[in-house]
Design a protein around this ligand. Sequence first.
Ligand code: FNR
Length: 371
Amino acid sequence: QPQTPLTPLSYIPSEIACAQDYEALAHQFIEPKRLAYIEGGSGHDRTLQLNRDAFQKWGIIPRPFADMAHATTALTLGSHALEHPFLLAPVAYQKLVHPNAELATAQAAAATDTTMVSSTLSSVTMEDIAEHSGAMRWFQLYLQPDEQNTTELVIRAVKSDYQAIVVTVDAAVQSPSIRVLRAGFVMPNEITAANLESQFQKPHEGVSKSRIFSDYMVSAPTFARLEKLIRECPLPVIIKGVLSPQDAAALHDLGAAGIVVSNHGGRTLDGTPASLDLLPAIRDAVGDRFPVLLDSGIRSGSDAFKAIALGADAVLIGRLQVYALSVAGALGVAHMLKLLREEFELCMAMTGCQSVTAIRSTTLHSVMRAS
Ligand code: FNR
C-alpha cells in the first residue's frame, strides 16, 4: 500500500526511549521504496540478519564494585582524541530522508563531539559539510575509475580540513538487494552525488568479457593502489570493509592508519559472516596497538560495548543515523547519539570499566542458544 511519509519533526517524539526506537519510527517518515534502499541488505538479507544475531550471542557480566567517579569514555585512535567511541559511518544520499541531509547530520556530530565520516556519495558537497560540522570530520573515499579524480577528491578533503581518509574497499561491485529490486527503487533525479558532479565519468572498457569483472577492474582497491595512496596522501588513511585477518595484517604492514571491520551493514555480498564474529581473529592478527573500528548491526550502547570487548577501539553507526535524521533532523541524530552514549556508559558502570580500554572480552559471557 502506498503511504505518504510524515514530514520530519522539529522536536524529539516522546515515544523514543532508546536509540533503536528510531528504527521503527522511521518507517512512518521514509517513503517505502526509499526505506527498502536504506534498510535492505544485499541478496536475501542473510548477512543483514547475521549482523544482528551476532550481538545476541554475548551477555555482559556485571561487576558493580568499582569506583566510577573518574570513569571516562574518552579514547585516542592513533593521533585522534575522541570523547566517546561512536562515529557516524559514511552513508550516501542523505537527501533521501531529510531536506537538510548531511548538513543536519554534521550539525548533530558537532553538538555531540562525534566524528562524522562523510561519504564520497553525499548529497551535498564535502565543502558544505565541512562548514556545518565541528572540528572532527573524516572523508570516506571511493577510488574513482580515473586516478586523477581520486586525487582531486583527496586534495579537496585536505583543503576542507578533513582529518583522515577512510577508503572503502568492499563495494567496487555490490550484489543487489532483492528487496530493493522488488520495491523498484531508483534514485530520484534530484538526488545526486554532489562531490562528483564536476567530474567527468568516463565510460570504461574492461579487459574481461564479464561486466561484473570489468566494472570491478575500474575501481578495484588493489594493494598497489592503496599503497600508493597511503604513501602520497598527507592524511592518515584508514581502510573500511576488511573482514579477513590476513588482509588486516597486510594493510597494517602497508602503512594504513587503521581499519574498519565491516561488511557494509550487510549490503555488499549476502552470505558474508557478521563483522562482529570476525573481529577477534582480526584483532589477533594486527596486535593491540593498531586502530580497529567496527560497524554493521550496532543498534544500542550495549552492542557497542560488546564490539569493544571483542577487540574494537570504536564503532561506526550506519542506519541508525538515517532513521534518526528522517524523524527529527539534526536534533534526532544528536539525540540518538546521546542515547547511545548513555546506554554505553551504563554498561561501563555496571561492569566496573573505568575506561574504554578496560573493556575486555572477560566482561562478556558466551550465551549458547539452541536454535
Ligand atoms: C551505507 N554505507 C556506506 N559505506 C560507505 O563506505 N560509503 C557509502 O557511501 C555508504 N553508503 C551507505 C548508504 C546506506 C543507505 C547505508 C545503510 C549504508 C555503509 C555504512 O557506512 C556502514 O558500513 C553500515 O551502514 C553499518 O551497518 P549498520 O550500522 O547500518 O548496521
